[in-house]
Design a protein around this ligand. Structure first.
Ligand code: SF4
Ligand code: SF4
Length: 456
């Protein structure tokens, strides 16, 4: 039976409309960069949860697809080598998140010899949910939109949560980034087939592929491909930031509000980014662990903005060289999008599972202005998609009044950057919220440890 399309684009309340700057990247087909020349660096942290434990040592030979970082517990995800070669070292290296992280460094032998058992296709229609989960878990699939939540954990909600909706997040509302868009139009059947795998795991659920209306090509391609799919609906979304935030996406697609401190499963949903869905497809149908990702390189300091498909571990500096190099010294480097990304001080970082983009700005693009006093205009309140009071939270954070910060729901901040973007005084709102949340989490962790210790 033909599906009925949603025609009017849907959205959520709040949010902002920054210029999307996608014209620099969206028209460029994905370029393959599959023979990296420099050493590959594999940080043992590429997901939310316990860091992996390196299981190779200096001097070891390793194969493509071999586990080099073993998951530590359920909320963790293994890391596989994307090349064959020799382990040059195991030591802390700069991570795209700006910190130093224990990493395995591999010298590529360019032979791309593989471990046994790669390419084993699974007929998921005859597999149980648990069997599919095990394959996804062992393949190291994590959320590739940036958060890095292990996919097998997301796909294992508590038994009492009834999942009726699986949403593929194709919004990609961060300015400049186009990696998901290119994937949607270049590998659409993998997105649809990946969604069907997840729908097989949740037989009572319906699938939604949600795409912002500034990507009409992706909407048309997906509609054509799913026209006969009864369980899959393509949903156009208004172009607005942060439309790709999980809570905002669920609100827009289904009109459901994830409760404060809650998860999508609390309202019957699981959300996966488009590249994560493709990674699930590859794990199940191509027998491949997660060893590559699509990444946008953009910004005025680059000679060309390019979307690459690259092996995990590839040096970003090498990718930039492959794209034509720099035209001027960067005034700002951001890993991720300009709204939620992390500022970096070096291009010597590797491509990781969560690196959707790298922005290398010149002076003109560096919009960061000096912070001024708050003028109580209230614009940050209107922009906040969580309906928080950013200017008050900012005050609490600066005064280190963590009780008030929590009381006014500061921990619900999704760090989307909308308030800071809209603020005429250029208050460093998001930065203070990030720091405040980390401070409170640390306090909670210490309190829990002390409580545990007092029972010992
Ligand atoms: S937008 Fe900026 S200046 Fe306006 S109230 Fe919020 S923090 Fe203050
Ligand atoms: S307070 Fe947090 S959630 Fe609200 S707009 Fe600012 S960064 Fe986004």
């Amino acid at each position: 039976m033909k599906q009925i399309f949603f025609d009017a684009p849907r959205t959520f309340r709040g949010g902002i409309h920054p210029p999307d700057f996608k014209k620099f990247t969206e028209g460029n087909p994905i370029r393959m960069y599959m023979d990296p020349q420099e050493d590959l660096v594999f940080p043992m942290v590429q997901h939310i949860g316990a860091p992996c434990k390196p299981v190779v040592k200096k001097g070891d030979e390793c194969l493509r697809g071999q586990v080099i970082g073993e998951a530590q517990g359920w909320v963790s995800s293994p890391i596989h080598s994307s090349v064959s070669g020799r382990v040059k070292d195991v030591k802390p290296m700069l991570h795209p998140n700006g910190s130093k992280v224990m990493s395995v460094i591999i010298e590529n032998d360019h032979a791309y010899r593989e471990v046994d058992g790669l390419h084993q296709s699974h007929d998921y229609r005859h597999m149980s949910k648990e069997e599919i989960l095990t394959v996804i878990q062992e393949a190291g699939v994590v959320g590739m939109g940036g958060a890095g939540f292990p996919a097998h954990v997301k796909l294992s909600p508590p038994a009492e949560k009834v999942i009726d909706s699986i949403i593929v997040n194709g919004a990609e509302s961060e300015p400049y980034l186009s990696s998901d868009f290119r994937l949607l139009i270049e590998e659409p059947s993998k997105v649809v087939e990946g969604l069907k795998i997840v729908l097989h795991m949740f037989p009572n659920a319906k699938g939604y592929i949600a795409i912002e209306d500034n990507k009409p090509t992706a909407l048309a391609v997906m509609r054509n491909l799913t026209v006969e799919e009864e369980r899959i609906q393509v949903v156009p979304l208004k172009t607005k930031y942060p439309q790709g935030g999980e809570k905002q996406l669920i609100d827009a697609v289904l009109g459901r509000e994830v409760p404060s401190g809650g998860l999508p499963a609390d309202v019957g949903c699981i959300v996966h980014n488009a590249d994560t869905i493709v990674a699930i497809y590859r794990a199940i149908l191509e027998g491949r662990p997660l060893m590559r990702r699509v990444i946008t390189l953009a910004g005025g300091a680059l000679s060309h903005s390019v979307t690459f498909k690259a092996r995990l571990g590839t040096s970003i500096r090498e990718l930039i060289q492959a794209a034509g190099g720099l035209v001027c010294p960067p005034s700002k480097i951001i890993c991720g999008g300009p709204m939620m990304g992390t500022a970096l001080f070096s291009l010597d970082v590797p491509v990781t599972k969560g690196t959707a983009g790298l922005l290398v700005f010149d002076q003109k693009e560096d919009h960061i202005l000096r912070e001024n006093a708050c003028i109580r205009c209230g614009k940050c309140i209107s922009a906040c998609p969580i309906h928080l009071m950013p200017f008050m939270l900012n005050q609490f954070a600066l005064e280190m009044d963590w009780d008030s910060f929590e009381k006014y729901h500061g921990m619900d901040c999704i760090e989307c950057g909308s308030c800071a973007y809209i603020c005429p005084a250029k208050r460093h709102l998001t930065q203070t919220f990030k720091a405040g949340k980390r401070m409170i989490q640390e306090k909670r962790r210490k309190a829990a440890a002390e409580k545990g210790g007092s029972h010992a």
